[in-house]
Design a protein around this ligand. Structure first.
Ligand code: TYD
Length: 132
């Protein structure tokens, strides 16, 4: 499984850092939705789903967390600990998020609005879906 991590340009000066992300330039899809997770409890693992069509970029803009990606053949764990790095998660990938630091803010840029019909929330169903 190829893991794509984007390193975004930092516009830093003596005031601090600024990162800008534009659709069609810095990431491979148009952004239709942004959401973020914070105050994630110690030991919490979440996600446990794949998407049929949705593409996402995950950015831990503060703190750190780990992302497990599974394409049905292999699993890879990616540490997100930099506010200027984005993990690309294409469709048809099972993902779980865990090991959130207490201060972690996980920002997600998504290619579409929230649609429950795009979710596969059962792992066996995910494997079946890949075989189709
Ligand atoms: P959930 O799918 O359980 O989060 P995850 O699988 O990433 O851990 O989402 C938690 C709740 O938030 C659930 O009630 C659905 C709602 N939700 C929205 O309303 N819009 C969204 O864009 C997302 C991602 C979730």
């Amino acid at each position: 499984m190829n893991i794509t991590k984007y390193t975004f340009q930092k516009h830093g000066d003596d005031r601090g850092q600024l990162v800008a992300i534009e659709e069609g330039k810095d990431i491979p899809f148009d952004i239709k939705r942004v959401y973020y997770m914070y105050d994630t409890g110690k030991g919490v693992r979440r996600g446990f789903h794949a998407h049929k069509k949705l593409e996402q970029i995950l950015i831990c803009v503060h703190g750190n967390c780990k992302i497990m990606l599974d394409d049905g053949h292999e699993q890879k764990v990616v540490l997100l600990d930099s506010p200027y790095e984005g993990l690309y998660v294409p469709n048809s990938i099972w993902r779980e998020m865990f090991d959130f630091s207490a201060d972690a803010v996980l920002l997600v840029l998504a290619s579409d609005i929230y649609q429950e019909s795009d979710y596969i929330r059962d792992y066996q169903e995910f494997i079946k879906y890949l075989g189709k």
